[in-house]
Design a protein around this ligand. Structure first.
Ligand SMILES: Cc1cc2nc3c(=O)[nH]c(=O)nc-3n(C[C@H](O)[C@H](O)[C@H](O)COP(=O)(O)OP(=O)(O)OC[C@H]3O[C@@H](n4cnc5c(N)ncnc54)[C@H](O)[C@@H]3O)c2cc1C
Length: 467
């Protein structure tokens, strides 16, 4: 049995490990990764005198039903349970009218259960959310989060609250992102309730009920990361999977060969072919669409519809700045800054706090649809971020002792309305090829837990087919 995993991000790695766990030592599992390292968007770099995440920073510890998330389970399965760390503070702020305000509580991704209690962060239009005698959404309907909230609570709630909070996860805009994919609990409630406030309350109550069922031990931390960085997780999963790892080898084409699959791998000048029995395709949408084009044109087209947002992260080690005791802040687009979020790593995580008072900051720049700022050079972006953060934090940020820029071109998928239907159509089309499964952030969620789950589900799908 030979199985190829195409793409060495966390989804591909989770798939490889699940295959190894189920098939035992005899199965041949090969991970083909085009870049020089495993991990994809999980990457920990040396930074100054320590290290800093270049991509993802932390993972949700729990699923909405209160059970451990697939990411937390994976960390424990590969022996890193003792290295899990939780935020020392999760108090973040929102920049509103050039002042920092606490992020209001009692919201679902910024959509408030009680729009009258937003503490001056946004003035909702309270007359709009009228009961018109029927549910807000038809059974299969999806719409942009921004469209629903603008219609019911007015523009300020979207622009000052929902947009920055959604942007913090998806790097996208509320007016583009699918409600059913990005806030699924609210979409479910909106199919029953006839006002948005009632839908948020119902979704929050349902979430609290299932979390209470799963969390017998009381309140538990929401986020976790790994002491030493998420690259430790990447290395541990790769090791446990016992797969052959072929780095620097892009897969160029994928086609049927006999009962299995033929991969063309390597550079265009020096390609080679590899035949396998089954394939997990765990790459972003664009390469996935290219590789699927010889397999099923309709599936390839549906996958290729997915667009991505690009971001740049400006990382700075700053000696003894005057900073508020916050994990970070979010900056709504309407405030007019290029910086859209800041994480203060050295305040947020005790294990990253430095005895010499050097603060570790990471600012993200670049909003979906507005890429002009990303054309600037690294040193321009560092200067811009330092200047804007000084204004946002009302301080003069000292000259950084270390600074760099990490660019993620096409880093985060933008799930637009109808995304779930497109993914269902892709899987339906691929049902004709049971030994091929797709996985990763292009399909079932961008977060690390969702990517781990989709990798494991792809592995289970292949195992069922091969059995
Ligand atoms: C800046 C940033 C911050 C984030 N922060 C968080 C966070 O804090 N928490 C969280 O839960 N999520 C976060 N995310 C999201 C999350 O990290 C990603 O969605 C997730 O890691 C994607 O995993 P993946 O395996 O699906 O894809 P990827 O990580 O993109 O891996 C796909 C791999 O496929 C390889 N590949 C592509 N084409 C080919 C080919 N033809 N042949 C071979 N290999 C190929 C790529 O080189 C890549 O290594 C963040 C994302 C970004 C960009």
């Amino acid at each position: 049995m030979e199985i190829a995993v195409i793409g060495g991000g966390i989804a591909g790695l989770a798939a490889a490990l699940r295959l190894r766990e189920r098939l035992g030592p005899r199965a041949g599992i090969t991970i083909f990764e085009q870049s020089a390292r495993l991990g994809g968007k999980l990457r920990t770099d040396a930074f100054g005198e320590g290290y800093l995440e270049a991509g993802a920073e932390s993972f949700l510890m729990r699923d909405p039903d209160g059970s451990p998330s697939p990411a937390a389970e994976l960390v424990r399965r590969v022996g890193l349970g003792d290295a899990i760390r939780h935020p020392a503070t999760s108090q973040a702020a929102l920049a509103v009218d050039n002042a920092l305000r606490p992020i209001p509580r009692g919201t679902l991704m910024g959509v408030p259960a009680d729009p009258a209690s937003l503490d001056g962060v946004a003035r909702p239009d309270l007359d709009r959310d009228r009961d018109l005698g029927g549910p807000l959404l038809a059974p299969d309907e999806d719409m942009a989060v921004g469209a629903l909230v603008r219609a019911r609570f007015g523009d300020e709630v979207v622009d000052r609250l929902v947009d920055p909070l959604l942007g913090g996860v998806y790097a996208g805009r509320a007016d583009d992102l699918s409600l059913a994919t990005t806030v699924p609990a609210l979409a479910r409630a909106a199919r029953v309730e006839s006002t948005l406030a009632a839908a948020v309350r119902a979704a929050m109550a349902a979430g609290a009920r299932s979390a209470a069922r799963g969390a017998a031990g009381g309140a538990r931390p929401v986020f976790g990361t790994i002491d030493g960085g998420l690259s430790r997780l990447v290395a541990a999963v790769a090791e446990a999977a016992g797969a052959r790892v072929r780095l620097g080898l892009p897969v160029r084409s994928l086609s049927r060969a006999g009962g299995g699959w033929r991969l063309v791998v390597g550079s265009t000048r020096d390609p080679s072919t590899v035949d396998v029995d089954a394939v997990v395709l765990a790459v972003p949408a664009r390469p996935a669409a290219r590789l699927l084009s010889e397999v099923d044109r309709a599936a390839a087209e549906q996958v290729g519809v997915l667009d991505y947002a690009s971001v740049a992260l400006v990382r700075m080690a700053v000696p003894e700045p005057a900073l508020p005791a916050l994990s970070g802040l979010l900056v709504p687009a309407v405030e007019g800054y290029a910086v859209k979020a800041l994480t203060i790593f050295s305040t947020k995580w005790d294990h990253l706090r430095r005895a010499d008072g050097v603060a570790l900051l990471r600012a993200s720049v670049g909003r979906y649809g507005d890429t002009a700022v990303l054309q600037r050079t690294d040193s321009e972006l560092i200067t811009l971020a330092r200047d804007e953060l000084g204004r946002l934090l009302d301080t003069v940020l000292p000259e950084p002792v270390t600074a760099d820029v990490v660019r993620w071109g096409g880093g985060l998928p933008q799930y637009q309305p109808g995304h779930l239907g497109r993914v269902a159509a892709v899987r339906a089309a691929l049902a004709a090829h049971p030994t091929l499964a797709v996985a990763g952030a292009a399909y079932d969620g961008v977060g690390i837990p969702a990517c781990v789950r989709s990798g494991e589900a792809a592995a289970e799908h292949l195992l069922d087919s091969l059995a």
